[in-house]
Design a protein around this ligand. Structure first.
Ligand code: NAD
Length: 489
């Protein structure tokens, strides 16, 4: 039974709705699912679980709201979207504590960076849409012009590791493009996306422009991607789910953008700034390694490998594992017990395959719960699972290479191609290696530099398509060519 609801629950002292947001109203479901905090595995609340009926209601609300929203034009929409961005900024503290309580990410990082990026995602694309101009030219007696037109209802599906940031990264361009949206937040961390609906309401977004359906991927997510009135699917998550969504999109010939997993290399040449490379390598334990872009395969030139390994061992001893709400904490918990078992499985199989465990390897004896120790493997048998598959936990590997060619071959040796990081003091080498590595993003002597104007996405199994800057509008819009004969008929 679908009912209107004004229910609110407290998450870390912040009032949050556990219900869907459909057509400008809070709507509950007969079915619910339970959400647990990774900090102490306590129950945070029960959230409405959508089936096909709720999803249909949300898509119909979005479909109904579409013509007016599209007709507002980029400037008209920008007024609402700027208000939405302002409201996110005004609630950074609340968003940060709710996200931390819900997914265990570090509170300081959330407060200082991640939530502000949520506001930036909305404002940036609102401004970009206002300046978006299709090209125009003349050729063979005709005048050609390119037009970016809203495409309808976008389905936006996101994972739990950065739910607010990743949802706004899709909501921003989709709404700015003139589409209306149905967001399906991750079931393990649904609360900050629910807050986004409150801000949309306060910003005065017309009912139905932004809808949130909470629910389980295989039910709510599946119903959404299979809905006949959805005209775009933007998905961030695992390759496994990506394959299922890809089939649904293929069935209806709907454009789909996929940002999937990674197993990114971090390549350190002997001529690099050693300390910067070491700091960056240790920094890969950020968010307990639950970062798609993490450079989890550390590849070090042989001549400095021993020193680098010693540096990592020493630095790892200083990593503070613990409650993500404490400012001193460097690494927090894994998201769920189920995920912890998955991470432990990778570690156990790596040991069984003969990889050398340098440190870590299990849950902290002191903290218990979901607090997995930062872990490092070296001397890894060639082709072992631990250097091929994404673990999505605080587990790094260190391998060595003798030559630039070998470094490139090792960097390219997995099925993934999301990102790569190179540390070198030689600019020409940086150019050569950067060009030779298959990855959506290559960082040189830096990590995680992200500008929303740049294309973002993955090569090989790490995704399909690019978003960011114009690429977001190429995806969310129907791009039309008008060719007009010059002169009289
Ligand atoms: P997941 O694929 O299990 O879930 C992602 C989302 O898809 C969730 O909202 C889930 O409910 C939904 N979903 C699940 N099954 C579905 C189905 N059949 N139909 C429609 N929707 C469905 O991924 P996860 O465990 O939440 O996230 C971790 C993965 O996400 C990792 O592989 C990570 O690398 C990847 N990720 C990629 C990026 C990127 O930008 N490339 C960013 C963050 C995370």
């Amino acid at each position: 039974m679908i009912t209107q609801s004004n229910k609110r629950i407290q998450i870390a002292g912040v009032e949050v709705s556990p219900d869907h947001y459909i057509g400008g109203k809070r709507v509950g479901s007969a079915q619910v699912f339970t959400v647990v905090s990774p900090i102490d595995e306590s129950v945070l609340g029960e959230v409405a679980s959508a089936g096909a009926a709720e999803v249909d209601l949300a898509v119909q609300a979005a479909k109904q709201a579409f013509p007016e929203w599209a007709a507002l034009g980029a400037k008209g929409r920008g007024v609402y979207l700027r208000k939405l961005a302002e409201l996110i900024e005004a609630h950074v503290e609340q968003l940060a504590i709710v996200e931390t309580t819900n997914n265990g990410s570090l509170l300081e990082a959330s407060r200082l960076r991640v939530m502000k990026r949520g506001a930036h995602n909305i404002r940036f694309f609102a401004e970009w849409a206002e300046k978006l101009e299709g090209e125009a030219w003349e050729s063979n007696g005709s005048h050609y012009s390119v037009h970016y037109e809203p495409s309808g209802v976008s389905a936006l599906i996101t994972p739990w590791n950065a739910p607010f940031m990743l949802s706004t990264w899709k909501v921003g361009p989709a709404l700015a493009a003139g589409n209306t949206v149905v967001v399906k937040p991750p079931e393990w961390a649904p609360f900050t996306c629910s807050m986004l609906a409150d801000f949309a309401e306060e910003a005065g977004l017309p009912a139905g422009v932004l809808n949130i359906v909470q629910g389980i991927g295989e039910e709510a997510g599946a119903a959404l991607v299979n809905h006949p009135d959805v005209s775009r699917i933007s998905f961030t998550g695992s390759g496994e789910t990506g394959r299922i969504i890809g089939k649904a999109a293929a069935e209806r010939i709907v454009p789909v953008s996929m940002e999937l997993g990674g197993k990114s290399p971090l390549v350190v040449f002997a001529d690099a700034d050693f300390d910067a490379a070491l700091r960056t390598a240790i920094g890969q334990y950020d968010n307990a390694g639950q970062v798609c872009l993490a450079g989890t395969r550390i590849l070090v030139e042989e001549s400095i490998a021993e020193k680098f390994l010693a540096g990592m061992k020493a630095a790892a001893q200083n990593i503070v594992l613990g409650d993500p709400r404490n400012a001193a904490t460097d690494v927090g918990p894994l998201i769920t017990r189920e995920h912890l078992q998955r991470v432990q499985g990778f570690v156990d199989r790596a040991i069984a395959a003969g990889a050398e465990l340098v440190y870590g390897g299990s849950v902290s004896a002191e903290l218990g719960g979901l607090y997995f120790q930062p872990t490092l493997f070296t001397n890894i048998p060639e082709g072992a699972e631990i250097v091929r598959e994404e673990v999505f936990g605080p587990v790094l590997t260190l391998q060595t290479f003798a030559t630039e060619e070998e470094a490139i071959a090792m960097a390219n040796s997995t099925a993934y191609g999301l990102a790569a990081t190179i540390f070198t003091g030689d600019e020409q080498r940086a150019e050569r290696v950067g060009a030779a590595i298959s990855a959506g993003t290559v960082w040189v002597n830096t990590f995680f530099a992200r500008d929303l104007a740049a294309p973002f996405g993955g090569s090989k199994q790490s995704g399909i398509g690019r978003e960011g800057g114009n690429w977001s509008f190429d995806f969310f819009c129907d791009v039309k060519t008008i060719a007009k004969r010059i002169g009289s008929f």
